[in-house]
Design a protein. Structure first.
Length: 182
């Protein structure tokens, strides 16, 4: 089923995840201090490889979190990830994605559409538990680098996600853009 929504960014900062940090350390010129755009490539540009020649936002991921007191209709819902590719992002005129000082700064809004499997649709649409989890950039032609709230500190992320799931401690959700579904 199709689902539409928007993500509102309010100047959040995101850091390279561990694997991406290793890529950037191995090739320090891979990321440069600049604005990275959402680009709508034609099928011809994708087939010809042009989409690999230009640094751009490749995808954005959302995650369905669990909390005490909410029972998912389907067991597949808890922790499910949803990837929105660049060709499913629209209305991004106010959106800015800037890489500087090792962080990604995100401001503005973007709209998206996403196909959701029927078995998790109700939980995705009705739980209010959809969180922005990561953004992936295609840089240097072939590399995808990922940015998350926690960056390479996956242990802290794991601890805070567990606290959120067990006690609704809001540190895990603080510092993330908001996801609004239509």
């Amino acid at each position: 089923m199709k689902c539409k929504g928007k993500i509102v960014f309010s100047g959040e900062l995101f850091k390279l995840d561990l694997q991406s940090e290793e890529k950037v350390n191995a090739a320090p010129n891979l990321l440069s201090e600049k604005v990275i755009d959402v680009i709508k490539f034609t099928k011809e540009e994708v087939l010809s490889g042009k989409s690999r020649d230009i640094d751009h936002i490749d995808y954005i991921s959302l995650n369905l979190s669990s909390i005490p007191g909410y029972t998912f209709e389907n067991s597949l819902s808890s922790g499910a990830d949803f990837t929105i590719s660049y060709d499913n992002i629209s209305d991004f005129d106010t959106f800015t994605c800037k890489y500087e000082n090792g962080c990604l700064h995100l401001t503005g809004e973007l709209k998206f559409q996403l196909n959701i499997k029927n078995v998790v649709y109700n939980d995705f649409k009705n739980s209010g538990l959809i969180l922005f989890s990561q953004i992936g950039l295609r840089v240097g032609g072939t590399e995808i680098v990922r940015f998350t709230k926690y960056g390479s500190n996956w242990m802290l992320e794991k601890e805070q996600r567990k606290l959120y799931s067990d006690t609704v401690d809001d540190v895990y959700v603080t510092g993330r853009p908001t996801v609004e579904l239509e």
